[in-house]
Design a protein around this ligand. Sequence first.
Ligand SMILES: Cc1cc2nc3c(=O)[nH]c(=O)nc-3n(C[C@H](O)[C@H](O)[C@H](O)COP(=O)(O)O)c2cc1C
Ligand code: SF4
Ligand code: SF4
Length: 301
Amino acid sequence: MIILFSTRLRAHGALLCNVRKQRKRTLTPTNTQKKRIFARFSTLQHNDMILYFSAAGNSRHVAQRLAEVVHTSAISIESVLKENADAEISLTCNADEAFGLVVPTYFWGLPRMVERLLQRLSVEGDGYRFFVTTYGTTTGQIGTFAHRIARKRGWAFDAFFSVRMPDVWTPMFDLSNKKKVSRRLEKAERELDTVAKAVRARQTGNHMHHRVPMLLSRLYHWYGFHHYTTARFSVDAEACIACGLCAKQCPAQSIEMCDGLPQWTQPHCELCLGCLHRCPKFAIQYGKNTRKHGQYLYAKQ
Ligand SMILES: Cc1cc2nc3c(=O)[nH]c(=O)nc-3n(C[C@H](O)[C@H](O)[C@H](O)COP(=O)(O)O)c2cc1C
Ligand code: SF4
Ligand code: SF4
């Protein structure tokens, strides 16, 4: 099934044209599928659009700031994927419009949910398409990974940017020093100002920092997602208040509440650490270091 959504009402024509073109290539949509196309379409009446993935709030903050710059709203990738199930997603970005993707770097590459979105996403039209990653230490080759998937789907980003923010991978990095975290956030805000100016000016090219060789990035990305399993999660039963927030907000539906405590139901998840950082009692830990390295949410600073 093909689902299409446009960045603006004026693009109705382009959307319908796309629907017609896609129909030629695929089966004619059923009435239910047509309803979904228009239901989706009616919720996305923006001049421009930014899609983001964020667990601890860094990327959401960046997406929202840039959305102000291009006068639009930021939409979470999680909600787009939920609404569109396994459907193809086609977006029309016309010449005076912009499309942005704002996501965190995971293991020198893309979060898996973002990979899944890109593998189903087509962006048509001559508008400005930009990619921004938030990161803690190095962006690895995330831009190249995103670029390659887009290319395979027949489109391309015009610009790549990065913003260094607190590193929420607390199995390794220490966020317990609030002063250090605040200093990092102040610097991040200045970096974000620069990115915002560049986006406003429709700047093109690769402006990312801290890249590492492709082969190393590929290896580390593969290793990260295979090595770190959900078996490392633990819950402090005394601290847990059984609020169920961790299970409700998990983007991978990997947590179930069992006898008032969270349980991880799959060996692998998105590894976003949203459950750990959002828990109101800091009852969830991952490995031995996360307790001493502290909890972090962008809005809480
Ligand atoms: C599983 C995981 C892997 C990460 N890998 C990297 C990495 O390879 N390089 C890096 O600089 N930061 C890495 N980080 C840190 C995040 O990219 C960074 O903190 C980001 O701003 C978090 O975004 P969010 O608050 O929107 O979730 C990682 C974080 C997680 C949870
Ligand atoms: S969010 Fe924390 S307190 Fe709430 S159920 Fe999960 S572990 Fe328990
Ligand atoms: S279990 Fe925790 S780390 Fe894994 S996807 Fe869910 S919220 Fe993210």
